[in-house]
Design a protein. Structure first.
Length: 418
């Protein structure tokens, strides 16, 4: 199997190479493609050394030629960031001037990222699918995953979105319970970066009440929300719900603080220095501080299931077309829920009716996502303003005005219509 990784110069890539080497013997060729030759020069060789250390026979190569890299690919993984970490740093700061959270996947910063990313992703898809093997799936790890995946799906591409939040919870809960992760399955529901765990099943028994009774402090510390709130909800919200449940507190904390992008850039600089060592043939422990914990396991699990004839024994949480899974959303919405995965694709598992407390926020954010995708596809200040006005973290006309002007100013070089 030939696997093409677009955005292969990412410092994440050695993590992916490690997972492939351990868990995917069927890969015969791994191609890393990136426009940044300097990044590829550091990331490509260390990825090859990691694969070789495990004795994996796959050919590992890297190139700046997207068309050539896609030729005959059996699967395509997207992990790119338009504008790099420097643009992420801006997404995390300028919204604060208008009194709103600065973050790369939600709010105004998330909208800016979507506007930059969707056109680039669709251009890449158009160029690669015609060269890849027939039916080759696109696995999207590029944020904002829900919006980007919906852009791909509604444009007719065979795509599945992937996020590491669910697998992170699975591993955390397994550790707290003292059981192997393979025995833990989640009642995960919502949209990308707007999800809750409503059940934690171990051998057919829901142990979430036990987890909350015995470990609510550890869980709440991990997601940075009060234990009293988590106990009241009776479910475990993802870390990203902090931006909704504690918006004003987060804004106050972020003002003048070091951004996540700045921390990541520092880690990436050190990682690239380590990757340049010709003797390094294992993924550095420092990579765990880069973010994206369990990324390789999630990606490899999904890749393996999509390239086998039989579905996986355990469901995987993916971003997938809604259908009638969440009946309060349109059928073509992209939701993040457990699904069975096989060579024929992903099929969402039935989801119990969603409580109004969760359902209202999901519907609200999806309405924003519809408008955000429309703005990304068609441009225009009014569409950007409408998306911001619809967002539950914005909502006020004067704040939406402020954010719209700043967004367009900050991103003019990336938006052909601005």
């Amino acid at each position: 199997m030939k696997l093409t990784v677009i955005g292969g110069g990412s410092t994440y890539t050695p993590e992916l190479a490690d997972g492939i080497a351990r868990l995917m013997p069927s890969v015969s060729e791994l191609v890393l493609v990136d426009p940044d030759a300097d990044l590829l020069a550091a990331v490509g060789p260390v990825s090859a050394r990691i694969m070789a250390r495990y004795g994996h026979p796959a050919r590992v190569r890297w190139t700046g030629d997207l068309d050539e890299a896609a030729e005959g690919a059996d699967a395509i993984l997207l992990q790119l960031r338009v504008g790099g970490q420097a643009t992420r740093q801006r997404d995390e700061t300028w919204p604060l001037d208008c009194g709103c959270v600065g973050q790369e996947t939600t709010g105004a910063g998330g909208l800016a990222k979507a506007l930059r990313t969707v056109p680039a992703i669709l251009d890449i898809a158009e160029r690669t699918v015609v060269r890849a093997a027939p039916g080759a799936p696109i696995i999207d790890f590029t944020n904002p995953v829900g919006i980007v995946t919906r852009a791909l799906l509604t444009s007719g591409y065979r795509a599945i979105g992937l996020c590491n939040v669910a697998i992170g919870f699975q591993r955390t809960f397994a550790g707290l319970l003292g059981v192997p992760p393979s025995r833990v399955s989640l009642g995960h529901v919502g949209l990308n970066h707007l999800t809750w765990e409503r059940s934690v099943m171990v051998d057919g028994v829901d142990v979430l009440p036990r987890l909350l009774a015995e470990h609510v402090k550890e869980i709440s510390d991990d997601i940075e929300l009060p234990a009293s709130l988590v106990s009241h909800l009776g479910v475990v919200p993802s870390y990203y719900l902090r931006y909704f449940y504690a918006h004003d507190i987060v804004v106050s904390e972020l003002r003048g603080a070091r951004t996540r992008a700045e921390a990541v850039m520092e880690v990436e600089g050190e990682l690239l220095r380590m990757y340049a060592d010709p003797l390094l043939d294992t993924k550095p422990e420092l990579l765990s501080r880069r973010g994206g914990a369990f990324y390789s396991e999630a990606a490899v699990d999904l890749l393996g299931a999509l390239t086998l004839e039989t579905p996986t024994s355990l469901p995987q949480v993916v971003n997938i077309t809604n259908g009638d899974t969440l009946p309060f959303l349109p059928a073509d919405a992209v939701v993040e829920v457990p699904a069975t995965i096989s060579r024929s694709g992903a099929v969402p598992l039935p989801v119990a009716p969603v409580e109004p407390l969760l359902r209202g926020l999901i519907a609200h954010v999806f309405a924003y996502e519809e408008l955000a995708l429309d703005a990304a596809l068609r441009g225009g200040r009014d569409r950007v303003y409408d998306a911001l006005l619809a967002h539950p973290l914005v909502g006020q006309y004067d704040v939406a005005d402020c954010l719209t002007d700043r967004l367009l100013s900050e991103n003019a070089r990336y938006l052909s219509w601005a």
